[in-house]
Each structure stands twice: as structure tokens, then as C-alpha cells.
Design a protein around this ligand. Structure first.
Ligand code: BG6
Length: 481
């Protein structure tokens, strides 16, 4: 079976993990620029920022390695990189606009023309090589001044700044973008309030209240984006993305199964708002029970109801195992709340990410049941691994080929059962910097970039064995997999 006509096959990256050039062309510092590479950290841990001191120390640090500041220098190398990626016969490419290139502080009355000029050229290049742009507006690139001077997304003024930025770029790139995506993994602010919401945990009082209020503002921003796109760029689609975290019960004990149901509510509540236009029924009672008072006006509710997303994007990497004694992600922070319990039936990567293609089929079937008819865009799926440059000058990454083959097969089974999947974008096409560990050696690409964690190397681009495999998948519309 092949996939529907017009199915998107391509790649996904984020500006902050690839572009580098963190101070070029008038760009301001953003969230990701202060994330430090630390070789002493256990690979299972995810680096987090929780305080203003950490931010200030990072900005003042002249010794440490901050890999996202240099990325893979995609800011300068994108023309050749995109030629190489287009050579796989793909038809789509997801990247983000770095908000801090357009508004270096976030609150300026006028945009930075040099930042706009960069994205003018990048988006034109994507279209020229036949890669339909899927453009994320917020992927861990909030200008730092909006965090240190405004308190991040908990402050409603930030919503106004974001809307102005969104209106500007939608208008400017109207007719050139296939999918507008407001937020990367809009539900991950629950685990990582700094990176996704710009909150400094030790300054916000009730973290649960701050996370939910800040996420509400992002949901409003998504609704505003949908309205703008429908008005200005009606042939494009608008929406946002969640991290899918399909869960299995730790046992057949009813309490464990109930825990999975509650975990699903937390994972999907933001998607419920995006796609259904209203908060789910359990949400208000939960807030009342926990003394959480959110500012959600009638006008907010109307905006959400009137501007539901055209599609739902997901990233899918892992499934998790949950028991009755799990920690809720609503009232705690840290990615460890996701780790939950290991699944003895699944292999794991070095970083403890369990590989589960059948879980991918399950995730897609569940989404189709939860949101009937809503197109699902796979905005990220891929394998992070340490690749070795062999003596023959090649990278023999059979494990990546196998991973993609098994996940495409799972997706095919879901499509055959009626799930409306719009496309499959592999994270990350070309090696970039890891979001969670700030390593360059946690590689996801079909194209190897000869740089190590500290940025040493030739930066030469070398197609891996999986490059040839994915070319066969993309050019045959998934028949060959
Ligand atoms: C997703 C993020 O959660 O996972 C990406 O949207 C990230 O930014 C990707 O890179 C893979 O995670 P990591 O931490 O291995 O880079």
C-alpha cells in the first residue's frame, strides 16, 4: 500500500538547534542560547534551567560550551544543506523562525530587518528545491528579555508581543508556507516550564498555576494564529503540536489502568483545546480542587471556540509505563516524571528512550478516536544515536534504517485502518544539537555533520547509509519501506 497523494515526506529541525550565529544580524539571546553542554551529566537526565542566577551565570560564562550558539552553522550553510536534503526526493521541511532574530528583545515596536532578510531567503530556498515549508513560530526561541523583564508566558503582555510577531511573519510569507505551526510540543511546558514557557520556577509562586496560565496564553496565541492564517493565507493550514506520550499500565490492577487514564488527560488537555476549542470537563473541577485560579475570560473562551486548529501535529519517540503511584505532571516539573517505569519488552537507546513502533500505531489509532477526522501531522520521529565514521568514510547506520522502516510500517498500518495522517517528518534529516542534552553526538540525521560536542571538526556533510534508504521511501511515496 502506498500513502495518499500529497502525503508529506520530509525532515524537521529547529532554528535554535541548527542555525548557530547566535549574535549575527542583530539577533537577541534566546532561551536555548544559555543551555550548557555538560559531559558529567548522566545521559538519562535532561538539562533544565530553573532560576535567574543560572541564566545570568550562563550569559557571563566565558569558559563553558553552549552548543546551540553555534549549532551546525545552518545560518550560513543552509543552501548546500537543503540541496543535499532535497536530494532524498522529499517534499517537506519543518523548521522554526527564531523569534529573537525578528524581535531581539521581543517588545520592540519594529522588527529587525536583517532577521527578516534571513528567513526571506531561507523560505524562498525551501520552495525552490521543492521542500514545502512547515514553519514553527515557537520552538524554545523566546527572546530572553521576555523572561527576565516580563516573566515569560505567564504574563499576558507576552501574548500581545507574540501575536504581533505572528501577524508579521504570516503576512510576509503568505503563499509560501504549507503549514503554520504556532508551538512546538505545547504540552511540554508542564515538564519544562523554562524551555517551553519561559518561566523561572523559583519566581512564580504556584508552579501549577503559572504553567496552566502560561499554557492558556499559548493556546490563545494559537487561536489568534489560526484566525490570522485563515484571513491572510487561506491555502495554508494552521495549528500546533503536542508531544505524544502514549502510556501503558504497569499492571492489570485497576488502579494502574486508572492512572493511565489520568495521565492521558494531562497529556492531551492542550490538544483538546486546540482541536475541540474548549477545555475538557475534568479541567475546571481539577483547578477548583487544587485552589488554582486561572484568568480565562468569556472572550478567551470564544476565541478558542471559534478558531480550532486545521490539524494536530505530534512528535512521537517513546511510550511510557505508568503505575498508580506516578507523579502528576500538572503539579511537578522535570522530565523524570515521564520516565515512570521501564518497559521490559522494549529496547532502549543509550539515553533510555524506549523504541516502540507498535506504540506508534497505537498512538495514531487513539488520536483518530479522540479527534475524529482531524489530520495528524507527524512533525517529529527519529532515532538519536552515536554514529561512527567508518574507515571507508561512510556511516553504516543500519539501526536508523531499521527504526524508520519499523515506524513507517506502523504508520502504514494506522493509515490502512483509516487514520488521517498528513505527513511524516523525520527528526532531523541532518545532524544538529540535541534539545535535551545539548550534545552534537546525539545524532538523528540522514546526513552526518563532522562536528563533536565541543564544536571541533571539519563540519563536512556526509550522507549516511540511511540517506539512500530514506530516498527510496520518499520517492516511492512510502511503498518502498
Ligand atoms: C523533541 C523536540 O521533543 O525532541 C526537539 O521538539 C528535540 O527539539 C527532539 O530535538 C529530540 O530530542 P533530543 O533531546 O534528543 O534532541
Amino acid at each position: 500500500m502506498s500513502f495518499p497523494d500529497g502525503f508529506l515526506w520530509g525532515f524537521a529541525i529547529a532554528a535554535n538547534q541548527a542555525e548557530g550565529a547566535w549574535q549575527a544580524g542583530g539577533k537577541g539571546p534566546c532561551q536555548a542560547d544559555v543551555m550548557k553542554w555538560d559531559p558529567s551529566v548522566d545521559p538519562h537526565d535532561i538539562a533544565m534551567i530553573t532560576s535567574r542566577e543560572q541564566l545570568e551565570a550562563a550569559l557571563a560564562d566565558t569558559e563553558g560550551v553552549y552548543p546551540k550558539r553555534d549549532g551546525i552553522d545552518f545560518f550560513h550553510t543552509y543552501p548546500a544543506d537543503l540541496d543535499l536534503l532535497a536530494g532524498m526526493g522529499a517534499n517537506a521541511f519543518r523548521t522554526s523562525i527564531n523569534w529573537a532574530r525578528i524581535f531581539p528583545r521581543g517588545d520592540e515596536p519594529e522588527p529587525n530587518p536583517e532577521g527578516l532578510a534571513f528567513y526571506d531567503a531561507l523560505i524562498d530556498k525551501l520552495n525552490a528545491v521543492g521542500l514545502k515549508p512547515v514553519i514553527t513560530l515557537s520552538h524554545y526561541e523566546m527572546p530572553l528579555a521576555l523572561i527576565t523583564e516580563y516573566g515569560g508566558w505567564a504574563n499576558r503582555q507576552v501574548l500581545d508581543f507574540f501575536n504581533r510577531y505572528a501577524d508579521l511573519v504570516v503576512d510576509r510569507y503568505s503563499g509560501k508556507v504549507a503549514y503554520w505551526m504556532g508551538f512546538n510540543q505545547i504540552n511540554t511546558g508542564l515538564m519544562d516550564p523554562y524551555l517551553a514557557l519561559g518561566l523561572l520556577e523559583d519566581e512564580v509562586g504556584s508552579i501549577t498555576q503559572a504553567k496552566l496560565q502560561a499554557t492558556h496564553h499559548q493556546l490563545l496565541a494559537n487561536a489568534h494564529l489560526v484566525a490570522t492564517v485563515h484571513r491572510v493565507d487561506p491555502q495554508a493550514r494552521a495549528g500546533s503540536m503536542i508531544l505524544d506520550m502514549t502510556a501503558y499500565p504497569a499492571s492489570t490492577r485497576p488502579e494502574d489502568v486508572l492512572a493511565v487514564q489520568k495521565a492521558d488527560q494531562e497529556v492531551f488537555y492542550a490538544a483538546d483545546v486546540l482541536v475541540r476549542g474548549e477545555y475538557p470537563g475534568w479541567f475546571a473541577p481539577y483547578c477548583a480542587e487544587h485552589g488554582i485560579e486561572l484568568q480565562i475570560s468569556d472572550a478567551d473562551a470564544a476565541l478558542l471556540a471559534e478558531n480550532v486548529s486545521d490539524y494536530l501535529a505530534i512528535s512521537y519517540y517513546v511510550t511510557r509505563v505508568i503505575g498508580a503511584n506516578r507523579a502528576s505532571i500538572l503539579d511537578s516539573t522535570g522530565w523524570n516524571v515521564l520516565g515512570d517505569l521501564p518497559n521490559p519488552h522494549l529496547p532502549s537507546t543509550r539515553w533510555g528512550w524506549q523504541i516502540d513502533p507498535t506504540g506508534f500505531e497505537l498512538a495514531l489509532l487513539k488520536l483518530a478516536d479522540r479527534y475524529p477526522g482531524v489530520p495528524i501531522l507527524i512533525a517529529e520521529n527519529g532515532l538519536g544515536n552515536i554514529d561512527v565514521l567508518d574507515a571507508d568514510g561512510r556511516i553504516h547506520d543500519d539501526y536508523r534504517t531499521e527504526y524508520i522502516r519499523d515506524h513507517v510500517a506502523a504508520m502504514r498500518r494506522a493509515v490502512a485502518q483509516g487514520v488521517n495522517v498528513a505527513g511524516y517528518l523525520v527528526w532531523s534529516g541532518i545532524d544538529i544539537v540535541s534539545a535535551s542534552s545539548n550534545e552534537r553526538t546525539k545524532r538523528y540525521g540522514f546526513v552526518y555533520v563532522d562536528l563533536d560536542d565541543q564544536g571541533n571538526g571539519t563540519a563536512r556533510r556526509i550522507p549516511k547509509d540511511s540517506y539512500d534508504y530514506f530516498r527510496q521511501v520518499a520517492t516511492s511515496n512510502g511503498r518502498m519501506s
